[in-house]
Design a protein around this ligand. Structure first.
Ligand SMILES: *[C@@H]1O[C@H](CO)[C@@H](O)[C@H](O)[C@H]1NC(C)=O
Length: 442
């Protein structure tokens, strides 16, 4: 008899017939969500999963990640992994196409964007960009360098109401067309703010929060969704500037899951608690803290310090700290389609495996077999049992890192290509296609 612990890994490797046969006799934690088919959108992929032979393994709470990789290379290997995920079919429309439009559609060869209001846009996005199709793109927070901007960008800060004394209401692109009407009628008497001086800079508004609410006073809207004028995903390196990028080779085998949350939303805490109570974990934030206080990560992992004298911020050492754990619990504050935030991508970047609760279409944003989709399990007990089994199986665990080592990306490549990192060129190209400041009126 095979111990049921190993079944989680074996299941996808056995033929369906064997599975159905066995399941009559054994208590499966889950047939529908075993590694690595959990969350697969495409049943064809499950069929393809039979290519890797099943080898029952003994329970082995390993700590050396690179050693686990070596084992996986011998037992499975990239070739089989690629084969297995050939049928992977994420929804291509969940992400905009970056860098594919016809260059002849560009109407102006240079665009300058002045970042006028912001809450978190990083300073080091400022640059003169050399974009595709020979387009140049100045992105700056400086009113000196960007003295005659084609566009003003506001992020979580509303574009000014009194923008113009112009007589016509400009076409509001995309989702916020109604915004033009709600503040006054279109025409000479529209003494409202939703007017753009003819030839004046376009107003760009960015809101990457779950609600992605246009301000009603913009010409171009940037959100995380493919339907927004310009999409910006959270899969960008610029979301974590000034981090300590050390990645630990050793994974803890005592505490399996890292969690850190300091905005203690009742629903999120409830969910976290119901899972974390079943697995050994460390919770570093304010919510459900179990490491004897805040800012303990540097006490645990001195190598995660940035070596500066200034008081450490939690986000400086987040990446490094989570790399010591096999799993990172990532729970979005809101469950909305396509709202996949840095909470998940941090964990992937840090060489950990996210246990994710959030967007139902998360697989459209991440590589095959890279995360554990918590919502696919029928109970927290089942999820916890699965996570514990995986933590004691170096080969099965290593398979969650195979995408990175074998270059199997699914839609993740596109998600990165539409991240904040590439926003300047993509926005400039969008503006150029619309004719720059000559963007036509209604
Ligand atoms: C694909 O993604 C788009 C954008 O998120 C969505 O509108 C559409 O419903 C999705 N299609 C399927 C089949 O899930």
């Amino acid at each position: 008899m095979v111990p049921s612990k190993t079944l989680g890994y074996m299941a996808p490797m056995l033929s369906l017939a064997v599975l159905l046969f066995l399941s009559r006799f054994l208590e499966f934690p889950s047939i529908s969500s075993p590694l690595p088919t959990a969350g697969l959108p495409d049943p064809r992929a499950a069929a393809a999963a039979t290519t890797i032979p099943a080898t029952p393994r003994r329970k082995e709470p390993f700590t050396d990640l690179v050693g686990a990789f070596d084992r996986w290379d011998k037992v499975v290997g990239c070739e089989r992994f690629r084969e297995k995920h050939r049928g992977w079919a994420p929804n291509a429309s969940a992400l905009q196409e970056a860098g594919t439009g016809d260059c002849r559609g560009l109407e102006v060869p240079h665009v300058s964007v002045l970042v006028k209001g912001w809450t978190w846009i990083p300073d080091n996005l400022d640059q003169m960009y050399s974009c595709r199709c020979g387009l140049s793109c100045l992105w700056t927070k400086s009113e000196v360098l960007g003295d005659k901007p084609d566009a003003l960008l506001f992020e979580n800060v509303r574009p000014p109401l009194q923008d113009s004394n112009s007589a016509s209401c400009f076409h509001v692109i995309g989702t916020s067309k109604d915004g033009c009407m709600e503040v006054g009628s279109v025409g000479p008497d529209a003494a409202s703010g939703n007017l753009r001086q003819k030839g004046g800079p376009l107003r760009v508004y960015m809101d990457l929060e779950a609600s992605r609410k246009p301000s009603g006073f913009e010409d171009i809207f940037i959100g995380y969704h493919a339907k927004d004028d310009v999409q910006t995903t959270y899969a960008g390196a610029l979301f974590h500037n000034s981090r300590n990028y050390h990645v630990s080779r050793q994974k803890r085998s005592d505490a399996l899951v890292y969690w850190s949350s300091s905005r203690c939303l009742p629903d999120r805490d409830q969910l976290a608690k119901s899972f974390l109570s079943l697995v050994p974990h460390h919770s570093f934030g304010k919510c459900l803290n179990n490491v004897d206080g805040l800012d303990m990560a540097l006490d645990f992992y001195p190598e995660c310090s940035n070596g500066e004298n200034s008081p450490p911020h939690w986000y400086d050492h987040l990446h490094c700290a989570m790399s010591h754990y096999k799993f990172v619990l990532a729970i979005e504050n809101t469950v909305v389609e396509s709202y996949v935030t840095e909470k998940l991508f941090y964990a992937l970047d840090a060489g950990s495996v996210p246990i994710y609760f959030g967007a139902p279409n998360v697989w459209d944003f991440v590589p095959p077999n890279s995360i554990i989709d918590g919502s696919k399990f029928s109970s927290m007990e089942e999820l916890a049992a699965y996570v514990k089994a995986l933590a004691a199986d170096p080969v099965a665990y290593a398979e969650y890192h195979a995408w990175r080592r074998c270059g199997v990306l699914g839609n993740y490549g596109k998600a990165r290509a539409t991240s904040l990192d590439t926003l300047p060129c993509r926005l400039c190209e969008y503006i150029s296609r619309k004719g720059g400041k000559n963007l036509r009126t209604l």
